[in-house]
Ligand binder design. Structure first.
Ligand SMILES: Cc1cc2nc3c(=O)[nH]c(=O)nc-3n(C[C@H](O)[C@H](O)[C@H](O)COP(=O)(O)OP(=O)(O)OC[C@H]3O[C@@H](n4cnc5c(N)ncnc54)[C@H](O)[C@@H]3O)c2cc1C
Length: 468
């Protein structure tokens, strides 16, 4: 095999495999290195895909138990078969990872199996499982090594009782009591899964609200909804210790303001306090510049501090740690290497929490605009007044659109709705085209759909909603 490539991508997550495919489309001889057994990175193996499979299956189970009867669907006995649910999840993961394998082959990308180590700006060593080391040369190297879960200083994840999201995606039995440390999106999605399947779930969050960075209106409504679903919250509280006693964990935490100490005994502890960039010692040895959070610093062309070495995805100091952000960067970086104008608009990256109802947001929050001293108008519309949501018995939540006072240009939107994750794309397109709230208000939306609530919220920016 010829070991010389135009582009070598390290990592096959949504950033890496997309960068490899786009590079190959642009005529580059490309290789993609992956140390994991299957392709697709965190997203496909232990992230987006398995979590959404369990969210979907557990929601069906919950609905069959609690909602079917009122719809006139009588089911005799509903029984959970967790191992079958897990098999279904594993099958979906396998299918999708095989799909990436197929795409690499189709695009004539060389799949190098093993751990990639950058030796210098044009050389990568790949060590496979057997210990064999091979050297490859590349004109350009793209680092797409992603991220790994973090923990708190005094808490050691054992993936048995004290687990990361990876462990919480594969419990063999439904735990009776779970403590989730961290009220971010990963913690809340997995809280929903296990609550629906029968666990008692308590979320302990350091801040006095859930989902940092989310619009406060949405965050407090979301908290109310999750509380109603039976998830317990201990906000404004710091976990000080987790001790293992036999097959149980004892979680100690202190309320930040009152300093009152509490203790919960549970079967599993999910540590969901964030993720850190996956930086190998080669990156440090080469002196590639990192920021103070140990993320790779890149410029607007995704160039690191070493020429011809680029970085994208969770590993860099730009944008949120999300799969679609990594994918867009993968396309942009390949186009930039090809001399084209690859670009990612970090102001328009949607974020979705796939609970029930879903939560989605894009652009600026009200709090950010206040800080930036930008004058804005708000339009809100509740799903209680949306006909489709009403017939589906999905009336929780609302849409909130924020537009600039003077120009009416849409600056952001947040919403809670059963299909928020799909609806947010409308706003992504609107914002990319620089739409005003009036543009959305004057656009015909199909009836009866949840999307009509977006049109109504846009009309509410000008204080003229029809159905509320
Ligand atoms: C539970 C969970 C749920 C999530 N849900 C969502 C969601 O719904 N939507 C969303 O947008 N995002 C979600 N994410 C985040 C998403 O998974 C990440 O943002 C995304 O995977 C980042 O892509 P990436 O390509 O940068 O890195 P990764 O997907 O982390 O891929 C990096 C790959 O590089 C490989 N690698 C690392 N070092 C080397 C090396 N030296 N040599 C060879 N290979 C190497 C790793 O094995 C890995 O496969 C979720 C994450 C988790 C944990």
């Amino acid at each position: 095999m010829d070991n010389n490539f135009d582009v070598i991508v390290i990592g096959s997550g949504p950033g890496g495999y997309v960068a490899a495919i786009r590079s190959s489309q642009l005529g580059f001889k490309t290789a993609c290195i992956e140390s994991r057994k299957t392709l697709g990175g965190t997203c496909l193996n232990v992230g987006c895909i398995p979590s959404k499979s369990l969210l979907n299956a557990s929601e069906m189970y919950h609905k069959a138990q609690k909602e079917f009867d009122s719809l006139g669907i009588e089911v005799d006995k509903i029984k959970l078969n967790l191992s079958k649910m897990m098999d279904n999840k594993n099958k979906s993961v396998l299918n999708l990872t095989k799909g990436v394998e197929f795409l690499l082959k189709k695009n004539k990308i060389t799949h190098l199996k093993g751990k990639g180590l950058i030796k210098d700006k044009n050389t990568v060593q790949v060590s496979d499982k057997s210990g064999t080391k091979n050297i490859y040369k590349a004109k350009n190297i793209i680092i797409a090594t992603g991220s790994v879960p973090t923990s708190l200083p005094n808490i050691k994840i054992d993936e048995n009782i004290i687990v990361s999201s990876t462990g919480a995606l594969s419990f063999k039995e439904v735990p009776k009591d779970i403590v989730v440390i961290g009220g971010g999106y990963i913690g809340l999605e997995l809280s929903s899964v296990w609550k629906r399947l029968g666990s008692n779930v308590t979320v302990i969050e350091f801040l006095d609200h859930i989902i940092p960075g989310m619009d406060k209106d949405i965050s407090s409504e979301f908290l109310k909804i999750l509380n109603k679903q039976g998830i317990n919250f201990k906000l404004d509280s710091k976990v000080t210790n987790v001790n293992l006693i036999k097959n149980k964990a004892v979680v100690d935490f202190t309320h930040n303001k009152s300093q009152i100490r509490e203790r919960i005994e549970c079967d599993k502890v999910l540590v969901a306090v964030g993720r850190k960039s996956n930086i190998g010692y080669d990156i440090k040895n080469l002196g590639i510049k990192l920021n103070n959070k140990e993320k790779i610093q890149v410029n607007e062309k995704f160039e690191t501090s070493i020429k011809n070495i680029y970085a994208i995805g969770d590993v860099i100091d730009k944008g949120p740690m999300l799969a679609h952000k990594a994918e867009d960067e993968g396309i942009a970086v390949a186009e930039i290497i090809a001399g084209q104008a690859g670009h990612v608009n970090y102001n328009v990256i949607p974020a979705v929490i796939y609970t029930s109802p879903e939560v989605a947001m894009i652009g600026k929050t009200e709090e950010e605009l206040k800080k930036e001293n930008i004058k804005y108008k708000i339009g809100k519309f509740p799903f209680l007044a949306n006909s489709r949501a009403k017939v589906n018995n999905e009336t929780e939540g609302f849409v909130k659109i924020i537009a600039e006072s003077k120009t009416d240009k849409v600056l952001g939107m947040s919403l809670i709705c059963s299909v928020a994750g799909s609806l947010i794309s409308e706003l992504a397109i609107a914002m990319e085209f620089g739409a005003s709230a009036e543009d959305i208000a004057r656009t015909c939306h199909a009836h009866p759909t949840h999307s009509e609530a977006i049109k109504e919220a846009a009309m509410a920016v000008d204080k003229r909603p029809i159905h509320f």
